[in-house]
Design a protein around this ligand. Sequence first.
Ligand code: G3I
Length: 355
Amino acid sequence: MNHYKKQIFITFLAGIMFCQLAAAEPTGERLKNLAEPLGILIGFAAPNNFTVMSDSIVYQQVAASEFNLVTPENAMKLDAIVPSEGQYNFGNGDILVRFAQAYGMQVHGHTLIWHSAQPRWLTILNRDMLIDAMNNVIDVILNHYKGQILAWDVVNEAFNEDGTYRASFWNNTIGEDYIDRAFLRCRQADPAAKLFYNDYNIEEINQKSDGVYKMVRSMILRGIPIDGIGIQMHITDQGIDYQSFADNMARFAALGLEIYISEMDVRIPVGYNVEIDLEHQAEIYREVIQRCVAQPACKAIQFWGIPDKYSWVPSVFPGTGVPLLFDDDYNAKPAYYAVQEVLADATPIPTPGPV
Ligand code: G3I
């Protein structure tokens, strides 16, 4: 290879490395900077391997520049942390917490008591043993992360669509009071962490959100500690009823609760039209985020991933996909710019003046 060819080859290699190191920056201000004066955190769910993926440099770069809140997509679920009784594995959770601390992000712990992603050993205990195990697991995990987690999803997805309690092994074995017990134990274990109930299909006022509303109102009346509601927002290209979403948030806010949009993505059918369907998706993001910024209790917006290619959606809803703000090459999509525009246009919370 002559000198000239060598130069071209080296420039080509450097170009490939640069693409890995730097995604094209979106135009305009970063989302977290726009959201901060509004009192809203901007978050993302990180997969287990986000520090060792082939494109983890660019992934982390986008994460650090756009977001100030991170939640582990899977690393803090019970099957990951405590796969066998008494054997704790905090590896991936710790990596995520260290990453967050290095970049000044808050951590949203996800999720403790759920019917899914549970280790088998827990599911076969009798009532007394399960209560003991729940208490132990909460104590160990919350102590391990004490002072490092802003908010915990204490109980996840405990309701059926008709507003009745889901017949999970927690409910079947302990009874409905497993929820009270979990929140009480978490408050005791880490009094500074905010405690959330998190669920899907509770965006609008419907039977399921009515059930959740009745439960949290009753918890508050009975002095059971709960600080917030996570409205997941895994939605489709049909969007949602935005007025109903606003009214629903208003009733939870009136109970004194914080609201997080905790897992947002908007899936659309494959074979979509880049011009029309991605704009339509952006409009859905716009409508949702507008309702959040208009509701003072809405304190965080988390997206369930960064680039489309790592989304859980295609594997669970075949025939749909591309639900997030960034495409597979980390280019900001119309949905990103819709979120950016809403945040930029919103009125910041007034800072108290001199008295
Ligand atoms: O851990 C194994 C790994 O060892 C194995 O190599 C790999 C092979 O497929 O599977 C790994 O486990 C998968 C795990 O994600 C980590 O990738 C599970 O099979 C898979 O079921 C799991 O899916 C997660 C799902 O929750 C169930 O826990 C999704 O990534 C995650 O996006 C999804 O997130 C949930 C929220 O927690 C709650 N709300 C709904 C949301 C979407 O379903």
